[in-house]
Design a binder for this molecule. Structure first.
Ligand code: GLN
Length: 453
């Protein structure tokens, strides 16, 4: 098959299904087809992702290709002037960017219902959400529109949609992948990662995008192993920890059963598992929403109607121009978080909220460190339930936030976590198994995930 054929297939599939899935916000058809042709002519098959059609979450900068963060504020941001580091790396390995993918506005959300365009839907059942915020990234892969996609994960936004859509999603260790060119939500938590159909594909993409980058001060100078070489299928002697909090009340019985079955598979492969405790995980949701909203309130201050995006036309002085651009440009959830974050950071409240949350974050990280003294991986469900219905939680932010309870601790601790499909609910929706590893030990996470697949 030629790259031209492969890319044409991608657009054909998008044409067939995307008016129901709404995974894409922007297509790159003319450029992608021209690039495919050029690749076919060059025949440089040495590149590790040669000719692979990819979709990119719309908060990752793509030079010359519209990047909106699914926000009205950036609706007219047609031409980012540079590529994110991950895009430079993927382009060096000759991918073809098919288009930009739907998400919750500025990556704030768990259902895609916060997209300021029509939100993406779950390809398994379009009455259900695909998850969020990287819902378009997971849906596009699940629906066969692209071979792989990139998402970003601040509190679960790669793993939760991967679980809801029955695909593989990896949030790497904080610092593993450069954030240069990722529109910042909460800088101490954000990581970019791959969403794919298989663990092997996932390992292959992370191999390309990982590594130190001088353009991101938090990017770690740690060697990147060949993740594809860790897929040995050998988990004999692997020590698995299963936090009791991850199978507690609130976790749906079908999800529990699927996870227990997965643990039986690991036993049959020679691994062992034991119940452990992450005692501070009950504070994770509150801690996360405090810290992430605080960071977001600072990061989103740059959207002032001057430098990027849409400027209000109704203001007659500068201060009103800032105010009106922000009140017209941002959606409801984004405003809610900016207000929460601004409050938490204001003098007089900083110690009581922000500083306290930072301390709890350390306790949550210590919980993981302690477990990893004795175990190789932590396993549990990715989400408490399979994909919920469109409209089911959108009017109740606290219920929506509670859905992130199993993914958020991983971001707070900075460790890597993957979601792999582990079964289906009775009504035919996928269930995700979450495998969490030590800092910078994505290799063991991939090996564990691949042996199960
Ligand atoms: N659902 C979480 C939130 O709304 C996580 C989002 C994310 O990881 N970007 O913040």
């Amino acid at each position: 098959i030629t790259v031209e054929d492969l890319v044409a297939e991608s657009y054909k599939r998008i044409e067939e299904v995307d008016d129901q899935i709404h995974a894409f916000l922007t297509l790159n058809e003319a450029d992608a087809k021209a690039k495919a042709k050029a690749l076919d002519n060059a025949k440089d098959h040495g590149a590790s992702l040669f000719g692979m059609p990819a979709g990119i979450k719309d908060n990752i900068m793509t030079k010359g290709l519209r990047t909106t963060c699914a926000s009205q504020f950036l609706d007219n941001f047609e031409d980012p002037l540079y590529d994110a580091t991950v895009m430079q790396k993927l382009n060096n390995e000759k991918i073809v960017t098919v288009g930009k993918l739907n998400m919750d506005e500025f990556a704030m959300g768990s259902s895609n219902e916060n997209s300021s365009y029509t939100g993406a839907r779950n390809p398994w059942n379009t009455d259900h959400v695909p998850g969020g915020s990287s819902g378009g990234s997971a849906a596009a892969v699940a629906a066969g529109e692209v071979l792989f996609s990139l998402g970003s994960d601040t509190g679960g936004s790669i793993r939760q949609p991967a679980a809801f859509c029955g695909v593989v999603g990896m949030k790497p260790t904080y610092g593993r992948v450069s954030r240069f060119g990722l529109v910042a939500f909460a800088s101490s938590l954000d990581q970019i990662g791959p969403i794919t159909r298989t663990v092997e594909d996932n390992a292959r993409v992370l191999e390309v995008i990982a590594g130190h980058d001088k353009m991101d001060a938090t990017s770690a100078n740690v060697d990147v192993p060949k993740y594809t070489q860790s897929l040995t299928n050998d988990v004999k002697g692997l020590k698995i920890a299963v936090p009791k909090e991850y199978l507690a009340e609130g976790v749906n019985p079908e999800v529990k059963e699927a996870v227990m079955n997965a643990l039986k598979v690991y036993e049959s492969l020679g691994a062992t598992w034991e119940e452990v405790s992450l005692p501070h995980s009950k504070y994770a949701v509150a801690t996360y929403y405090l810290l992430s909203s605080s960071e977001a309130s600072a990061n989103l201050a740059r959207f002032d109607g001057v430098r990027y995006g849409v400027r209000s036309e109704n203001a007659d002085n500068m201060i009103d121009m800032f105010k009106m651009s922000r009140s017209e440009g941002f959606g409801k959830e984004v405003k809610r978080r900016i207000m929460l974050g601004t409050f938490a950071l204001s003098s007089g409240y900083y110690d009581a909220y922000y500083k306290k949350a930072q301390k709890v974050r350390t306790l949550i990280k210590n919980d993981f460190d302690k477990i990893f003294e004795d175990y190789d991986v932590v396993i549990g469900p990715t989400t408490p339930t399979p994909a919920f219905k469109v409209g089911e939680k959108i009017n109740d932010p606290l219920t929506m936030y509670a859905n992130d309870i199993l993914t958020i601790p991983v971001n707070l601790a900075g460790v890597p976590g993957i979601s792999v499909p582990c079964g289906f609910s009775e009504n035919g929706l996928p269930i995700g198994l979450q495998i969490i590893g030590k800092h910078f030990d994505e290799s063991t996470v991939y090996r564990t995930a691949h042996a199960f697949e």
